[in-house]
Ligand binder design. Structure first.
Ligand SMILES: [Zn+2]
Ligand SMILES: [Zn+2]
Length: 258
């Protein structure tokens, strides 16, 4: 069962826990019920059944986690009886003994069926009442081509490719010698950072040509940061002991006309 940090559909959805008592929410908050549509593995599923797992049939990982909860409580009660104090020097407060059937990480059987395949074999998952499901309304959106929930894998790939292409086009449009961050000219009065070695972003410019404005403007400073990371990752800072530093883009001697 996936946890937080999992993929989320980009359409309107709401997060709900199973509509069971002791799910970690206050009573009365609407939850996932039989008939609800939920998201799992990028697909939409109809909930067929929600059933508490009998206490003698808990999966080993749930049982082990529960035993830890119990032993933590026992340890704490022992410490409290022994007169131990909190790190702030106050007495430990009494805690209610954990109740197995009310623990909101207890295992629950949930039977699901692919929402568009009402004759398909149900899928059974074990999850805790505290798990937050993405739930969808009856009228939800799927991709016309692949029937996945948005963003489908194709759209995600396309987005990445488009972003990369935009980036490459933008870089290719920068005139030689201009800042590889903002694309603007670096005048002789501006401070610049030049990276020695091959130019990683515009190899066609030749050696020692990667240059950026040394200023706090985001386009320039973010680009410096990204370039420096790539430059170091390729070991170019080792091959080029001359570290980039703020330097005048002109030497200041020859080209200042009198
Ligand atoms: Zn698609
Ligand atoms: Zn710039």
């Amino acid at each position: 069962m996936s946890r937080n940090g999992e993929w989320a559909t980009s359409q309107s959805r709401s997060f709900k826990r199973l509509a069971l008592p002791h799910n970690g929410y206050r009573e009365g908050v609407p939850g996932v019920e039989v008939g609800s549509i939920v998201v799992l593995d990028r697909q939409a599923w109809r909930v067929l059944e929600i059933k508490e797992k009998p206490e003698d049939l808990w999966p080993a990982d749930y049982e082990a986690a529960w035993q830890k909860v119990v032993s933590r409580w026992i340890e704490r009660e022992a410490a409290r009886a022994a007169g131990e104090l909190t790190p702030w020097g106050t007495p430990l407060s009494a805690q209610a003994e954990p109740v197995r059937s009310e623990w909101y990480y207890r295992p629950v059987n949930v039977a699901l069926q692919h929402v568009d395949k009402p004759k398909s074999k149900p899928r059974h998952v074990v999850t805790a009442p505290a798990y937050e499901w993405q739930t969808l309304p009856e009228h939800f959106v799927v991709c016309r081509l692949c029937h996945e929930l948005p963003p489908c894998r194709h759209a995600e790939t396309e987005d990445t490719v488009n972003r990369e292409m935009e980036k490459a086009e933008r870089l290719m449009a920068i005139p030689r010698g201009a800042c590889l961050g903002c694309g603007e000219t670096i005048t002789s009065r501006m401070k610049a950072i030049r990276f020695p070695g091959p130019n990683l972003w515009r190899p066609d410019w030749g050696k020692d040509s990667a240059v950026f404005h040394a200023r706090s403007r985001e386009e320039c400073s973010t680009a410096v940061w990204k370039y420096e990371r790539q430059w170091k990752a390729q070991g170019l800072n080792v091959l080029n002991p001359r570290l980039p530093e703020g330097e005048q883009s002109s030497s200041g001697e020859g080209d200042r006309a009198a």
